[in-house]
Design a protein around this ligand. Structure first.
Ligand code: F0G
Length: 461
């Protein structure tokens, strides 16, 4: 029976083109995951049924974006698509100066090299893998100042991306404001499970940092998703369109790095955007060394056009409601079936709590890595480890970093899968959960020096 007065929403688009996916047998998958060293990053995508490895670069572009690809102006310098992108960044995000890059980590590289000096501290609302590495490679040290609730998968705090202002003040006192080149603030904090920061917290942060003359650099990779959570959860914003909330967030910060492969609905692209003219001049200088001329930064004209159009689509309420709604649908199902997941459900994926699911396994046995492999074996669904493997090693001591969150991320690409796919995923997760006692730990048999989770290899214990 229809629950009383229920009126469902649906995706604000229809499907014009399809791409077949391959079904495999369990026997096939045993071979594939073994060949891949039990690392889902090393699987061939052809051997994956539903690919929830990442929401990065995996979105479906719209007909408008594809049409824009045909309008690519492939001039080496001053492409019209660069100016369209600059217009979009100024209009929707408000940052004055734009330097396009091939993806987010290239922008992180530029800003880290420009702003960080040897021995600096960079506080932030939880680390992100590439962001922290670029801060370290520039001689800095990342310091986590996110609220404690963010490290607790069961805390229902609505804004687990918030900064603990006391932790930040203590750090400023200890290190001195002159050793803090900027505060690194992510919207929709990836490693916390896609958790938002509130405008109230961001405003208080702005006040504190301004007192000490410390700028805020914004990792705006999923800013529209964060804005949607503000609309849904923060008092006073339910009537405000997402596009306006996005702008309000950006206006409280001094510059941003963007991986446009997420929010902005493109398969490749990113940028650095800043308000400070001097930093812009330096970035424009550096980008020609590492990426390409400052009006393309490693991208084709058509890529920049798709990005400009993707940005405007990404901040529409209808789009973002369906995007986050699909993630919530999967998460709610798993909660209903009592599978331990990070709560509240985040914006870009559902994060399985491997500690809770596999209590018989220690982090040294790479429980989340083992769980991700098991899920692939069960159904061909590809997920990603976000635990001790992703956290890497402390550069000084060489020891593993042991994060309190040991998770498997089911990341939902935008506009790609249907509700039926979500059902198949949920059922496979439930099956694996029921058989969890049988899952064995792993040992790492190959470990790359940087960002080891991408290429590490494992064997079952
Ligand atoms: N910042 C955040 C919050 C990210 O999630 C990512 C990428 C980056 C920066 C780096 O951007 O990949 O374009 O160089 N995250 C992907 C993921 C890889 O799967 O979470 P990039």
């Amino acid at each position: 029976m229809r629950p009383s007065k229920q009126r469902s929403w649906a995706e604000p688009y229809k499907i014009k083109m399809v791409e077949p996916v391959k079904m495999t047998s369990r026997k096939d998958r045993e071979k594939f995951i073994n060949d891949a060293g039990y690392n889902t990053f090393l699987l061939r995508s052809d051997d994956v049924y539903i690919d929830l490895l990442t929401d990065s670069g995996t979105s479906a572009m719209s007909d408008q974006q594809w049409a824009g690809m045909m309008l690519g102006d492939e001039a080496y310098a001053g492409s019209r698509n660069y100016y369209n992108l600059e217009d979009a960044v100024r209009k929707y995000y408000g940052y004055r100066y734009l330097v396009p890059t091939h993806q987010g980590r290239a922008a992180e590289h530029l800003i880290s090299q420009i702003m960080i000096r040897e021995g600096d501290m960079i506080p932030g609302n939880m680390y992100f893998t590439t962001t922290r590495l670029h801060q370290e490679l520039a001689g800095g040290q990342f310091v986590d100042v996110i609220i404690d609730e963010a490290h607790d998968p069961e805390s229902e705090h609505p804004f687990k991306g918030n900064v603990d202002l006391q932790k930040l003040e203590d750090l400023i006192k200890k290190a001195g404001a002159d050793r803090i080149p900027y505060v690194s603030i992510a919207t929709s904090v990836n490693m916390a499970g896609g958790q938002p920061i509130s405008l109230e917290n961001l405003r208080a942060l702005r006040e504190l940092t301004q007192k000490h003359n410390i700028p805020i650099i914004h990792d705006m990779t999923r800013v529209a998703e964060n804005a949607y959570f503000i609309k849904m959860k923060e008092k006073g914003y339910d009537d405000m369109p997402v596009v306006a909330i996005v702008r309000e967030i950006c206006d409280l910060t001094d510059g941003a790095t963007m991986s446009a492969k997420k929010d902005a609905l493109v398969n490749i692209g990113g940028f650095l955007a800043v308000n400070d003219k001097e930093i812009f001049e330096e970035a424009r200088n550096l980008v020609v060394v590492y990426e390409g001329l400052h009006t393309y930064g490693g991208l084709a004209g058509r890529d920049m056009e798709a990005m400009a159009r993707g940005i405007s689509e990404s901040v529409q309420d209808d789009h973002i409601r369906a995007r986050v709604g699909q993630v919530q649908y999967l998460g709610d199902k798993l909660i209903e079936w009592k599978v331990p997941v990070v709560r509240p459900i985040g914006s870009h994926g559902v994060f399985l709590d491997a500690r809770k699911i596999l209590p018989h396994m220690s982090q040294d046995q790479f429980s989340a890595q083992a769980l991700a492999a098991e899920l692939y074996l069960d159904s061909g669904v590809r997920s990603m480890e976000r635990g001790v493997v992703s956290a890497g090693r402390n550069p000084e001591s060489g020891e593993h970093n042991y994060p309190s969150l040991e998770m498997v991320r089911l990341t939902i690409p935008r506009r790609v899968y249907t509700q039926a796919h979500m059902d198949v995923v949920a059922e496979s997760v439930a099956e694996v959960y029921e058989n969890r006692k049988r899952i064995r730990g792993l040992k790492m048999v190959y470990e790359p020096k940087y960002l080891r989770f991408f290429q590490a290899r494992f064997e079952p214990l």
